[in-house]
Design a protein around this ligand. Structure first.
Ligand SMILES: [Zn+2]
Length: 417
């Protein structure tokens, strides 16, 4: 038995969307996989941000262990923003086992590419292609494909049609790349499609509105993904394990909610008059502030230059009171407020937010310190969700109520005969 593993990631695709597309007969290859294998909802990491989730998927760890808590972080002792990537991981991903050969393509938040026993091409965010590829000798091949790590989302702001064109082109290039690497020798082959997340962020409404001018192309994109997955299944050996998963779900945005505006209105956050300086604009006297999406940090004396909070219990109580009663047009905005020790465990937990807010359906929490009002609309139509990622495995029973932290076990356990 060869024990090969194939892991296919569909970034940001909710369980219900797969179910619905399958019911409508739009994704026949995925449908027949589901009929024969194990398919379940999966719980994402908290917060349900891509880089946190993929970090948990590849390490099998809680954010308190791997140390990645969000797309942004403030550099310790400063108000400067950093963007945690692979270098921020404090625990080892599965590909550090040198006894196996790997092809790892397009996993988000894994820049720069590590040297592994095989080939590694980082996913978004990858500022320079040269550093997203390992070994270096692969760069030439990728340039030949006109390889792109990600679509240019700026295009969505100009024209949805051009943005869709780019999504399809990028998928075509990704397909060329995977076909090339499939032919090499490997034990674990991982490929993540990230265009799904991009498409849903800008056009999830087009799926639900049959009259929408891009409705058909939205579905067409998933048909293309399904076709590629069908090709991969054709190429698989009888005893290969196939794991297919998303990292989080997605739902329509009803309202964006500026968490920092609420903190400011309640006297817990004081900002100066330089919004362009972002978090550096946080003033003395501030008790708490938020980072995306709903991570609330106490402005602690031992952690921030202008912080004065020592024992934060009273402030935490105050924040919980504010957010548990928060309503928009009669509807409760916040579903759950959790303290860090309810969510996180491990040596990196000291870096965790003090509180994490989870919104009710349709509310998109934002941690920006530049805003006009508490509730806002913008170009985005879809937002991440925590409780409806999906996971599929062809040969192994899934754990009950699986989470992203369970995926590594599936990658590393022996295939069933
Ligand atoms: Zn994602």
């Amino acid at each position: 038995m060869s024990n090969r593993k194939i892991i296919l990631g569909l970034d940001g695709v909710p369980y219900e969307l797969i179910e619905d597309l399958a019911d409508k007969g739009e994704i026949p290859n995925i449908s027949s996989l589901i009929l024969d294998g194990n398919f379940s909802k999966m719980h994402a990491a908290i917060p349900e941000v891509s880089n946190v989730n993929w970090s948990s998927i590849v390490t099998g760890n809680n954010p308190g262990e791997h140390g990645v808590f969000g797309f942004t972080e403030l550099i310790r002792g400063t108000y400067s923003v950093s963007f945690p990537d692979r270098r921020a991981l404090k625990t080892d991903p599965f590909w550090t086992d040198e006894n196996k050969r790997y092809i790892i393509l397009n996993v988000p938040a894994m820049y720069p590419a590590p040297e592994i026993n095989g080939t590694f091409i980082s996913g978004f965010v990858s500022p320079e292609l040269e550093r997203a590829v390992s070994p270096d000798s692969e760069l030439e091949k990728l340039e030949e494909f006109d390889y792109r790590v990600d679509v240019d989302s700026e295009k969505a702001h100009k024209s949805k049609r051009l943005f869709l064109d780019e999504l399809f082109e990028t998928l075509e290039i990704r397909e060329k790349a995977y076909k090339h690497y499939w032919e090499k020798e490997w034990d674990v082959f991982m490929l993540v499609f990230t265009g799904t997340d991009r498409l849903e962020h800008f056009l999830l409404n087009a799926y639900y509105e049959e009259e929408h001018e891009h409705h058909d192309r939205f579905i067409q994109y998933f048909k293309e993904i399904d076709r590629i997955i069908g090709d991969i299944v054709e190429k698989m050996n009888e005893d290969d394990r196939l794991i297919m998963l998303s990292d989080h779900g997605m739902e329509l945005i009803k309202q964006n909610v500026n968490v920092n505006k609420i903190l400011e209105d309640n006297g817990l956050l004081t900002l100066g008059d330089k919004p362009e300086e972002r978090y550096k604009n946080i003033q003395k006297g501030t008790k708490a502030f938020a980072l995306d999406p709903g991570r609330i940090y106490l402005h602690r004396k031992d952690r921030y230059p202008r912080g004065e909070v020592e024992d934060g219990e009273e402030i935490i109580g105050e924040i919980i009171d504010i957010f548990q009663d928060l309503k928009y047009e009669g509807e409760k905005v916040i579903k759950e407020i959790r303290r860090k020790d309810e969510i996180y465990h491990g040596k990196q937990s000291h870096k965790a937010p003090d509180l994490v807010l989870t919104p009710n359906e349709g509310f998109n929490l934002k941690g920006s310190v530049k805003y006009e009002s508490t509730y806002e609309q913008n170009i985005f139509k879809g937002k991440h969700t925590e409780d409806n990622a999906f996971i599929y495995c062809n040969d192994k029973t899934l754990p009950k109520n699986p989470t992203v932290e369970d995926v590594r076990g599936l990658i590393e356990s022996d295939n069933d005969e």
